[in-house]
Design a protein around this ligand. Structure first.
Ligand SMILES: *Cc1c(COP(=O)(O)O)cnc(C)c1O
Length: 364
């Protein structure tokens, strides 16, 4: 008899490497710029709603999260019955892979795309196909060139994490037009609330008009509710029906639903976070560029910095910054060992980061 083994592909999954440096992050005075969390934290109304909902945790949550779906629908001018909520968008990405791809199928993602795509593809038993990028940006032509009769899903993060790079509304629409109707385009818009460029479109329009596109969003980033695990997907009725079949009936907690609803209603808090980002992302970027470092234009709440050769390499920079209690994200697990990702923090945090990075670059 053979030993107990999981299905093909599962042991090929490289486990997710979190941005957090466990232990270090709690040290007093640590500047945490490694996990793309909002510097302002969650809305106080959201925290109060979560506290209040704690009184009901003996009850199962609303299995269809209808209140939250209706609030999202009203906010975005879309139909509530085309929305499915999930325990973070990660859960929904996993469901999409499992529902639409399986053994023998191929799932396309960008070489430095969000790390969950190959994980989701492999756990579904399908084969992740990594396609090359153009200057660290998703390359729609390379994606189209990778299509085969086995392709079932194309995953795109827009903007992408960890690179911050993004595709315009037109580029995504062109990519979609060239896909066969049997291939699902997943647009992961985890940072959509930060994107203010008029050429950016989160996917709402494309999903409204087409059956083979789905957009995922999250309450983890601008709403700063990562610990509660709330995300959502917007898709065509048939796709929503599929997700509702594969998901667990109580996949979003009542505390999560309550907090997300309050966060969505607190538009002042959201606007403040977005405006802070619009103001400080360019400043942070200019300060990094002024040190002679290469960086990628970003529309998220983070930037990717590319380092050179030793002694000014990314690993040395990471260690130097950590010794100054400034934590940024190393990207070896993304195949970008020469890069670091830094989150747009509070002004004082940005200042501490720039000061430490300046000292690193000037040190002999
Ligand atoms: C953070 C992130 C997610 C996951 O968010 P959750 O809703 O917390 O699961 C998905 N995609 C991208 C690109 C992200 O950066």
């Amino acid at each position: 008899m053979g030993a107990l083994v999981p299905r093909v592909g599962v042991l090929d999954i490289a486990p997710y490497v979190p941005g957090r440096a466990v232990g270090l992050e709690d040290a007093p005075g640590t500047v945490l710029l490694s996990s793309n969390e909002s510097p302002f934290g969650p809305s106080r109304a959201a925290v109060a709603a979560a506290r209040k909902a704690a009184a009901t945790i003996n009850r199962y949550p609303d299995p269809s999260a209808s209140g939250l779906r209706e609030a999202l629908a009203a906010r975005h001018g879309i139909a509530a019955d085309r929305i499915v909520c999930g325990a973070g968008s990660d859960e929904l990405l996993g469901y999409l892979a499992r529902a639409y791809a399986g053994p023998g199928d191929e799932v396309i993602y960008s070489r430095h795309g969000f790390v969950m795509y190959p994980i989701a593809a492999r756990s579904a038993g399908s084969t992740p196909i990594s396609v090359p990028e153009k200057s660290l940006c998703t390359d729609p032509n390379a994606m189209l060139a990778a299509l085969t009769p086995r392709t079932r899903i194309v995953f795109i993060a827009n903007p992408n994490n960890p690179t911050g790079s993004w595709l315009t509304k037109d580029a995504i629409a062109r990519l979609h037009r060239a896909l066969p109707p049997s291939v699902l385009l997943v647009i992961d818009a985890a940072y959509a609330e930060y994107a203010t460029d008029p050429m950016y479109e989160s996917g709402l329009e494309l999903v409204t008009r087409h059956e083979n596109v789905v957009m995922t969003r999250t309450f983890s980033k601008i709403y700063a509710l990562a610990g509660l695990r709330v995300g959502w997907a917007y898709g065509a009725p048939a796709l929503v029906d599929v997700l509702n079949r594969v998901r667990g009936p109580f996949n979003v907690s009542n505390v999560g639903i309550a907090a997300a609803l309050a966060a969505l209603a607190d538009t002042a808090h959201e606007t403040r976070a977005r405006e802070h980002n619009s103001r400080w992302l360019p400043r942070l970027s200019r300060a990094i560029a002024a040190l002679g470092l290469e960086l990628l234009p970003s529309i998220g709440n983070f930037v990717l910095i590319r380092f050179g050769a030793a002694p000014k390499d990314a690993g040395s920079a990471h260690r130097f910054l950590a010794a100054r209690k400034v934590l940024v994200r190393p990207l070896g697990s993304y195949g970008l060992p020469d890069c670091l990702r830094v989150t747009v923090g509070k002004p004082a945090e940005i200042k501490a980061f720039v000061a430490a990075l300046t000292d690193f670059m000037r040190a002999p």
